[in-house]
Every structure is written in C-alpha cells, then in structure tokens.
Design a protein around this ligand. Structure first.
Ligand code: GLV
Ligand code: GLV
Length: 342
C-alpha cells in the first residue's frame, strides 16, 4: 500500500480527513506528531518509500531529500503559496508533481500586508509602547507623526494575486498613483482586480488609479510606499540591495510580505539608520525566526512581524485542505489541481 508522510500536525479537519483515508485503507499515514517542524534526519529517514509528502515552508525539498525518498515518490504538496523551498526542477525531472495552495490565502495575506503598511506608516507599535512605558508625554506638534497614505504613490513589486488584492484594498485609502513592476506585465485580470470603481459625493463614478507597469528603478524612485509581494526566485533574490534602496525616497516606507530572501538585510539596516529610507515593515525575514538580537530589531523605524500573512484560522484550514487535495490527486496518479511548474 502507498505511504504518505505528513511532516507536521495540520488543522483538525485536515488531520481528520487524512486519518479517515488511512482508516479506510486508502494509504498508510505517517504523521509527525508535533505542530513544530520535523528534524531533518527524521524527515530524510521517514520520506524513504513514501509516495506523497505533505510539507510546509520549513521542509527543504532538494536532491538529497528526493534521493532519500526514492523513485516511488509521486507528489510533494506544500501548505503554502510560495514554493522557493522546493526544488521544482529536480522534482519535475524525476516525475514528481509539486502542488501549492494559491487563492485561499490571498485575502488574508493582503489584509496583513495593508495592516503592516498602515502600522509602519503610522508608527503604531512604537506609539502603543510609549503608552505602556510611561513615555506618553504632553502633546507635541511632531510627536509620533508618520506618513499619509492618501494621495501617495504606491509601488507594488510583483503584481500577482496578492499584490493585486493589496492594491484593491489601498484603492479605498484614496491613493494618488499605483505603479507595479514584475514579470507579468500582461496580466490584465490582475490589473482589473486591482482597480475599484466608486461613486463620488456628486454621484459621478470614478475609478481608483489604474496600475501602471513601470520599470523597477523608476518605481523605486517615484513611490512613497514600496510593497514587495513577489515570489522568491533566482531573479528576485537579494533584489532589494544597497543600490535599490539608494534609489528610493528618503521619506519612503518599504513593506515586505513576500520572502526575506529578496532583501539584503545589511543594506536595509544601513538604509534605515542613515535615513536613506524612512521606515520598513517586514512580515518575512532571513532567517526565520530572526534571532532576537538582530540589528533590525533595535530600530524604532523597523516593524518586524513573525511571518503571519496567512495566519487566520479559516485561511490556514483552507490551505491545509487544498494541500490534502493536491496530495490525493498526486498519489492517485492524477494531475494535481494546484500544481506548479519549474
Ligand atoms: C506563505 O508565506 C506562503 O507562501 O504561503
Ligand atoms: C503568489 O505569490 C500570489 O501572488 O498569489
């Protein structure tokens, strides 16, 4: 009988579904009993002989793992939309399908990205900490002043589903201009999704700014808010480096809810401490978790969140269910419904 390996505890409904399939004799289920990651040696050992692997961001799927798993492996199903931790080329070359969980996390991740942008622009964590620490002094004209969203130019690096959903939300904040860069200039559906029509006070109808495809360098020069929602690939690795931060406005806010690997963090630290840019909000870092003594965590103008973009109960469950769907199709030898190609 085929065996599947689930590398950590998922949501209850997903685990119940997986266990009922095993109880019906459809496959043998091997599950890691903890909600934390499986140690690498354990993963290598238990992947051996499996037909399907249900994994998360912390499990690196490379040649070593695929060798350890063996030639019967049919599918690698990750509970994430990002798949930079999976060697898709190597999987494809061995006839192993790769599945991910797009769409179901788009809204939650866009909500978090906009929350991060607003919190960073308006200094919420610093302001809240002052209240708690007895540093709420007399009213001062410049105290805790941040940046306006309304009328601003927003640049989205990577207008995918999440980027478009971020733009759609920001339309409601009356932004002035919307620029985007990325490998997908022809994605008209995304541009449409990012645009919102609304009724003015006088009854006339207008539209939020139509996203304009813009070369990256120009986007960085013109944007008040630079938001990264691109995938981590060979092309985007460390793309936010010293030269790119130098192009940005000294008043700019940088927001990253994509992957830590797209940022040169030393360059970001320098940009934040020398006033090259005003502030940054990061939901992703490199490494994760970021060590508590990391220099970025000493800065008042840098807000760091622990990679919680998709962290709502419903969204995480929908991701798990989608990952199980991919796994089932894969072990049945069918095309996975949400597959990724190299
Ligand atoms: C989260 O970062 C994901 O890729 O789902
Ligand atoms: C993937 O990164 C997306 O935008 O859905």
């Amino acid at each position: 009988m085929q065996r599947i390996l689930v590398t950590r505890q998922l949501t209850e409904p997903a685990m119940a579904l997986l266990r009922s399939g095993a109880a019906e004799g459809k496959y043998i289920l091997d599950e890691w009993a903890s909600s934390g990651p499986m140690p690498r040696p354990e993963l290598l050992r238990r992947a051996a002989g499996a037909s399907g692997l249900l994994i998360t961001l912390s499990d690196k799927i490379n040649g070593e793992l695929l060798d350890a798993a063996g030639p019967q492996l049919k599918v690698v199903s990750t509970v994430s939309v990002g798949y930079d931790h999976v060697g898709v080329h190597e999987c494809t070359a061995r006839g192993v399908q790769v599945g991910n969980t797009p769409d179901v996390l788009t809204d939650a991740t866009a909500d978090l990205t906009v929350s991060l942008l607003l919190s960073t622009a308006r200094l919420l964590p610093t302001a809240a900490a002052c209240v708690k620490n007895g540093r709420w002094g007399p009213w001062h004209i410049n105290w805790m002043c941040g940046a306006d969203i309304s009328g601003s130019t927003v640049g989205i690096v990577g207008l995918g589903r999440i980027g478009a959903a971020v733009a759609r939300r920001l339309a409601g904040f009356n932004i002035g201009k919307l620029l985007y860069s990325g490998r997908n200039p022809a994605a008209q559906a995304l541009v449409n999704h990012a645009t919102v029509r609304f009724v003015n006070d006088d009854g006339s109808i207008s539209s939020s700014p139509i996203p304009q495809h813009t070369p990256l360098e120009q986007l960085l020069r013109e944007s008040d808010f630079v938001i990264a929602t691109c995938a981590l690939t060979d092309d985007t690795k460390l793309m936010f480096n010293k030269e790119r931060f130098a192009l940005m406005k000294p008043t700019a806010t940088f927001v990253n809810s994509a992957r830590g690997g797209i940022v040169d963090q030393d360059a970001l630290y320098e940009a934040l401490t020398t006033g090259r840019i005003a502030r940054a909000g990061l939901d992703v870092t490199s490494p994760e978790p970021l060590p508590p003594k990391h220099p970025l965590l000493t800065l008042d103008n840098c807000l760091v969140l622990p990679h919680i973009g998709s962290a709502t109960f419903n969204t995480r469950n929908a991701m798990c269910m989608r990952a199980v769907q991919n796994l089932y199709a894969g072990i049945a030898g069918q095309k996975v419904p949400f597959g990724v190609q190299a």
